[in-house]
Each structure stands twice: as structure tokens, then as C-alpha cells.
Design a protein around this ligand. Structure first.
Ligand code: NAP
Ligand code: G4F
Length: 340
């Protein structure tokens, strides 16, 4: 349903940018379960992922807009009159950000400023969540990383996120807007995009196991990430906007694992030896790499009563299981499709 159609208003109202992404749908489900009326900002004239969102969250209402277009954001706030705005929209793939650096600056960096400007003009009482990132720590200055660790971004994406983070802090300090910044470490799920390394691995593992792929090409296997479960992480976003004061919070598991360990966990789960299938390909290396990330979420635990609930191994198994089912369905569809 698009805004303007007849709607029932129950409880609070939230607007989510990035509704078609991994976190957008989990957050929409969470807020809906809490009685919110949820609006999703949708861009493009016929977004192909809109029907996927409607399937997951049938009560969602869409409002058109783009993080590149200031007036569309003002219109979206005027049309939906939200209590809370969660800004999850971004060019979020670090690899792409090296190839489309200006676009990344425009959307991932200036997008948050446009949303904050819209809030400042339309209603300064709207609470704002900014999707900041552990990628801002980049070439890390200390381990583990906390809210006080200095930033040293290593990609156009990381640089843009640093801008988004500081403009959020600035609008909090300058205009008294309740603007919170979640410095989230990597979080994954069966809904993760196929371009990211975890889902690329679990999806290809499923294809190899079911006989429709025979190898997996990757870049740097030594990179280490603090990987958590996306559903836990959207709960942290919600908690940040219910807090008494707006603040910045690291959200992480406190464990780090290499891409190689992820491979080992995913392939061994289906009784395969990853070393027989994985090739390295320089096209997946980045001009500058973030070697190791590990976060300390003590502040979120003590202030927001937040903690992760899914372990690394449980996450890998959940994603492999989901991809086995998905690939089986794809194979069945391909076998029944008429030959043209
Ligand atoms: P994602 O799956 O890549 O989703 C990105 C979303 O941004 C999509 O819904 C996309 O919509 C939207 N978008 C792109 N360009 C836009 C534009 N010009 N205007 C409006 N929307 C636009 O990302 P995610 O994993 O859910 O992450 C959510 C947010 O958290 C992102 O800001 C990401 O950078 C940040 N973050 C993610 C992680 C993580 O590990 N997942 C960690 C830290 C921070 P379309 O369908 O229109 O393309
Ligand atoms: O899965 P990735 O692409 O995630 P990355 O770069 O850590 O970024 C994700 O997490 C950030 C939080 O720190 C978010 F802000 C961001 O939006 C995104 O969600 O890559 C993880 C690691 C990298 O070191 C990469 O070089 O895996 C390495 N890698 C090795 N081979 C690969 C591949 N990454 C991808 N995507 N594809 C490969 O073939």
C-alpha cells in the first residue's frame, strides 16, 4: 500500500530507509510486532525488491523517495509523520564503493545529512537512527574497538560512513535532535546480499553440495571479521531509539573469525573439504583492506541491556541450511520450466 491510501494508525510510526535491504526487512518485522505503523522509503519507478518486502511484511506501507533527492525526503516525512526514522539506506558494498566512489559519497555520506535536514525542517522531535559501521575503524588504532576508538577508514564507503556518523553527532549537538549512531560490526543472515562474502560462501556451498557448481572464487581469505546475526542487530537499533539520551553504541559479538574459518565451518557442515573447491582470484581483492575487526559492546550491554544471541557456528549453519533449501527450489523450478 502506498501512503495516501486509507490506513489504520496504531501506536508509534516509523519510517525506514533501506527497506529492501537485509536489515530493513528484519527491522520492519520487529517494529510491526511491537505495534508500530511501519513505512518504507522505496526508490525507483518499479523497485524489483518491493514485492519481496510485501511478502515478508504485508502491513508495510511504502512512500517514494531517494537519499539523493532532498525534497523527496521532506515529502516522505510530511506524508508519514513518523516518530522515528531509521536511516539504513546506503551504497553498502565496500567493493563497489572503490568503483563508484562519488556515488557512495553522495548516498552513504550525504544521504544522512539530507534526512537530518528534512527532520530539522519538518519536525525536530523525530528520533533518528544512523546506520554507522565498524568499517569506520578500518586500519584499527586499538583492539577491541569501542565508541572511543579513533577512526581510520580504508574505503570510500568507510570515509562516507565517517561523515554520516559525525553529521549525526553534529545535528544532535547543534539542534538537540535525538540522533543516535549505531556502530554496527558485520551482521549476516539468510537475507544477506549475495555480493557479501558470507552469503557468497554459503550459497556456493549449497550449489556445490547439490551438484550445480564446482568451485568458489574469492579474494583475501585472511581478513577477520566480528560476525553477528542481523536479527539481533536490528533489535539494538530499536533499543537505541527508546533510550533516555541519544548516543553512539558499538554493536558486536566480541569474537573475530577469518574468511578461511568461515569457509571451514560452512564446507565441513556439508561434509566437504573447502580446499578442494576454493580458488583465489585477484579481482576480489580491494585496493586497501581492513584486516581485522573485533568490537567491544560493553556500553550497549550495560546501557541498552543488549546482547547477541547467535554464535558464529550457529550463524554459519543457519545460512547454509537456508541456502540448501533455496537452491533445491531453484533446481526444481529449472527442471519443470518449459524448454523454449
Ligand atoms: P543492504 O542489504 O545493502 O541494503 C541497502 C539498502 O539501501 C537497500 O534497501 C537499497 O535499496 C538502499 N538504497 C541504496 N541506494 C539508495 C538510495 N539512493 N536511496 C534510498 N535507498 C537506497 O544493507 P544492509 O546490510 O541491510 O545494511 C543496512 C545499513 O547498515 C546500511 O547503511 C549499511 O551500510 C549499514 N551497515 C551494515 C552492516 C552489515 O554488516 N550488514 C554493518 C554496519 C553498517 P534499493 O533496493 O533501492 O537498492
Ligand atoms: O562481506 P564483505 O564484503 O563485508 P565488509 O567489507 O566487511 O563490509 C560489510 O561489513 C561492514 C561492517 O564492517 C558494513 F559496514 C558494510 O556495509 C558491509 O556490510 O567482506 C568481508 C571480508 C573483506 O575483508 C573482503 O576483502 O571478506 C573479504 N573477501 C574475500 N573474498 C571477500 C571476498 N568479500 C567479498 N564480498 N567477496 C569476496 O569474494
Amino acid at each position: 500500500m502506498h501512503v495516501g491510501a486509507k490506513e489504520t494508525v496504531v501506536g508509534k510510526r516509523a519510517l525506514i530507509t533501506g527497506i529492501t535491504g537485509q536489515d530493513g526487512t528484519y527491522l520492519a518485522e520487529l517494529l510491526t510486532s511491537k505495534g508500530y505503523t511501519v513505512y518504507g522509503l522505496i526508490r525507483g519507478q518499479n523497485n524489483p525488491r518491493k514485492s519481496m518486502v510485501e511478502k515478508i511484511c504485508p502491513t508495510i506501507q511504502f512512500v517514494e523517495g531517494d537519499l539523493a533527492d532532498q525534497s523527496s525526503l521532506i515529502n516522505a516525512l510530511e506524508a508519514t509523520t513518523p516518530d522515528e526514522v531509521y536511516n539504513l539506506g546506503a551504497i553498502s558494498f565496500v567493493g563497489l564503493s572503490f568503483k563508484q566512489a562519488l556515488l557512495t559519497g553522495e548516498i552513504t555520506g550525504l544521504g544522512p545529512l539530507r534526512v537530518l535536514e528534512a527532520i530539522r525542517m519538518v519536525n525536530k522531535n523525530i528520533r533518528y537512527y544512523q546506520a554507522s559501521s565498524s568499517e569506520m575503524f578500518g586500519k584499527v588504532r586499538e583492539t577491541p574497538q569501542t565508541e572511543l576508538t579513533p577512526f581510520h577508514p580504508r574505503s570510500p564507503y568507510g570515509v562516507a560512513k565517517v561523515y554520516g556518523h559525525y553529521i549525526t553527532v553534529n545535528y544532535r549537538e547543534s539542534y538537540g535532535i535525538f540522533a543516535a549512531s549505531g556502530i554496527l560490526f558485520n551482521h549476516e543472515s539468510p537475507r544477506r546480499g549475495l555480493e557479501f562474502v558470507t552469503r557468497k560462501i554459503t550459497n556456493t556451498v549449497a550449489k556445490i553440495k547439490l551438484g550445480v557448481a564446482d568451485s568458489l572464487a574469492l579474494g583475501n581469505l585472511d581478513a577477520q571479521r566480528d560476525w553477528g546475526y542481523a536479527k539481533d542487530y536490528v533489535d539494538a537499533m530499536y533499543r537505541m531509539l527508546q533510550a533516555e539520551q541519544p548516543d553512539d553504541f558499538v554493536i558486536a559479538t566480541g569474537e573475530t573469525h577469518s574468511v578461511r574459518e568461515f569457509l571451514e565451518a560452512a564446507f565441513s557442515y556439508v561434509d566437504l573439504d573447502w580446499q578442494q573447491y576454493v580458488k583465489t582470484d585477484p579481482q576480489f581483492l580491494r585496493p586497501a583492506e581492513v584486516d581485522t575487526l573485533i568490537g567491544d559492546a560493553t556500553k550497549a550491554r550495560t546501557t541498552l541491556d543488549w546482547k547477541p544471541t547467535v554464535s558464529f557456528t550457529e550463524l554459519v549453519h543457519m545460512m547454509v541450511n537456508n541456502d540448501l533449501e533455496l537452491v533445491k527450489q531453484e533446481i526444481a523450478i529449472a527442471q519443470t520450466a518449459p524448454v523454449s
